[in-house]
Design a protein around this ligand. Structure first.
Ligand code: GCB
Length: 596
């Protein structure tokens, strides 16, 4: 799905700002049918939960309503008018005046509606968006809604991060010509120094497609006619980790000499491949250094904030990180655009987190029920999961920063049912995108001998908590057990291994000379132990610490105001561990660049 853009033929207006807001309580029949009866206003983009000083809003389970009026620019006569919602978590329902125009399930991917027939240039209309935060056994991520002993509706879920909800990303109104470009797919690779850019354009109407590839200074380096083709760029300037060189593909629909529609896609020319136990970018082994992150901050919840975006990337760079995983859902597209421009490598993950009855928020227990069964995660869940994969790839396929798809985080992977569940999803991912390796993040019950899913993927992504959830406080045991396990995976699979999570909850300011969990010294010590092991195991080609920053969780007695495994606090101040990472990762970068 194309991100809306201003081009010579398209206009875009932001609908961000304050909207009227109300909970869907029994008093509201068809809230879209007229002005919302409310005194509340909510910011878009932002999760609504922490905005108001109100426990009922914070804990609400079900629909909420956002409403505002929108004036269609009078110059849009004869144009197609589209409403685009970047995310409604987890289900969205859009109404133009009293007309339903879109319904979408999946809280982290965009959807849109053509509303041309319902609005008039120069006129206002009432835009209402309902957002529902409910998660069930057949949503991605899964959860369960129940009624408690006091008769209140409650939401439970199997991931630890707080279930922030609302319109946490932008909403736009945009225009396109009636004959228009619907989609563009670009697959770039390198053939002995020559950039090879395969493109495919889907369009609506009889106009003919013309494409032009321009370099960063605007020179045309290749062009072609037709809805699909291959552009060759001799001596291409490659997109590289740390140097995000981008070309621009100008896609035009032309009728005679007129440009009917135009859309631009940024193109990074680079190759990605797994070979043996190496992950190659442009034919060179790449080592992932970085973090699992969250879209999370005080007040806004998961709300997109460009200041936070730039600051987080600045801190990652300061620490010497070259990559991150979009744990545990697709992030706002702005993250990927920025990563494209700055050469930051991304593992892009679906929101399939919590498909596992045996763990809850990292804490391991014994499930009485099977995770994959007709009454729990079943074929309907699998269909929702397939849709989440389709929407992730449809949205993010053109980003050079995305080098791998992660199809799930910590699913149950030792049950027989896991294989039947995941085999078709792995096949679907490969079919939709044959150019990128795939992975899933494995939890520690899925060992190299018990896991039944790992052979379906290209890269073994392991989340490990020796020294924390296992061998608590015992770093010597952690070192031995981690190394034994990694060698086991290496021997059995011969595939590259990334440790996609390792870390320890740490209360900034708590100090100890002993191996004391929660102290800053313990977090540092634990990272040191893991790093020693990584350096001894050849198949390890990446380390991503859990987590970049402290983040909010559901209420749990094992959490103190959220998950504190951040290397930075929630307000982005460094803990001691940040300096450990900076020393290790900047030295590694200097070695790789031959500056040491
Ligand atoms: C995990 C999960 C992550 C949790 C983390 C923890 O394994 O993947 O979402 O936040 O453990 O800290 O418990």
């Amino acid at each position: 799905m194309l991100k809306p853009l201003n081009t010579v033929t398209r206009e875009l207006i932001s609908l961000d700002g304050l909207w009227f807001f109300a909970l869907d309580t029994s008093g509201l029949a068809e809230p879209w049918a007229g002005p919302l009866q409310t005194a509340l206003e909510a910011p878009v983009p932002a999760s609504y939960n922490d905005i108001f000083a109100d426990q009922a809003i914070h804990d609400h389970v079900g629909w909420v309503w956002y409403q505002r009026t929108v004036r269609v620019p009078r110059g849009w006569k004869g144009q197609r008018v589209v409403i685009r919602v970047d995310a409604a978590t987890h289900e969205g329902a859009v109404y133009v005046n009293e007309n339903p125009v879109a319904r979408h399930i999946g809280g982290y991917t965009p959807f849109e509606a053509d509303i041309t027939q319902l609005v008039a240039p120069g006129e206002e209309f009432r835009l209402t968006i309902g957002v529902n935060n409910e998660l069930t056994n057949v949503t991605i991520p899964p959860g369960a809604v129940y009624v408690d002993s006091l008769g209140r509706r409650k939401q439970s879920y199997r991931h630890d991060f707080y279930n922030y909800a609302g319109l946490a990303r932008s909403v736009h109104l945009y225009s396109t010509p009636t004959q228009h470009i619907d989609d563009v797919t670009v697959r770039a690779g390198v053939d002995e120094g020559t950039g090879v850019v395969d493109y495919e354009v889907l369009s609506h109407g009889p106009a003919l497609v013309h494409v032009q590839l321009q370099d960063a200074s605007g020179h045309v380096v290749a062009q072609s006619d037709g809805g699909s083709g291959v552009l060759r760029v001799p001596d291409a300037e490659l997109w590289r980790p740390g140097a995000g060189y981008l070309y621009t593909l100008i896609v035009q629909l032309r009728a005679a000499d007129t440009i009917v529609d135009e859309y631009n896609v940024k193109v990074g020319i680079r190759s990605v491949k797994v070979e043996g136990d190496k992950f190659l970018i442009n034919g060179e082994p790449f080592y992932f250094r970085g973090f699992g992150k969250h879209e999370d901050s005080a007040i806004r919840g998961r709300g997109f904030d460009p200041a936070l975006l730039v600051h987080d990337f600045a801190l990652m760079k300061w620490a010497g990180a070259n990559s991150f995983r979009t744990s545990h859902y697709p992030y706002a597209e702005e993250f990927l655009d920025y990563a494209d421009r700055h050469g930051v490598v991304v593992i892009d993950e679906t929101a399939a987190v919590g498909l596992n009855l045996a763990i809850g928020g990292g804490v391991h227990g014994n499930a009485l029920e099977k995770s994959f069964s007709p009454t729990m995660f079943n074929s309907e869940t699998q269909a929702a999961h397939a849709q989440a994969i389709r929407e992730l790839i449809a949205r993010d396929k053109n980003h050079p920063s995305v080098v791998m798809w992660s199809i799930a985080n910590e699913p149950e992977s030792v049950e027989e049912g896991a294989r039947d569940y995941f085999a078709p999803l792995a096949a679907l991912t490969r079919e939709l995108d044959p150019t990128r390796p795939i992975t899933y993040a494995n939890e520690h019950r899925g060992t190299f001998s018990s896991d039944v899913v790992a052979d379906l993927v290209d890269v073994l992504s392991l989340n490990r908590y020796y020294g924390w959830y296992a061998d608590t406080g015992d770093l010597r045991a952690a070192e031995v057990h981690l190394e034994t396990e990694l060698r086991g995976w290496q021997e059995k699979f011969g595939k590259p291994i990334i440790i996609t999570e390792y870390g320890a909850d740490t209360l900034a300011g708590l100090h100890s000379i002993l191996d004391q969990p929660w102290s800053e010294e313990f977090q540092r010590g634990l990272l040191d132990v893991y790093h020693r092991v990584f350096d001894r195991v050849d198949a390890v080609i990446g380390e991503q610490v859990w987590n970049f920053a402290d983040f909010q969780t559901k209420a749990e007695i094992t959490r103190v105001d959220g998950n504190r495994k951040g290397v930075f606090t929630r307000d982005r101040r460094p803990k001691d561990a940040a300096h450990v990472l900076r020393a290790r990762w900047t030295a590694a970068t200097a070695r790789a660049e031959g500056n040491e």
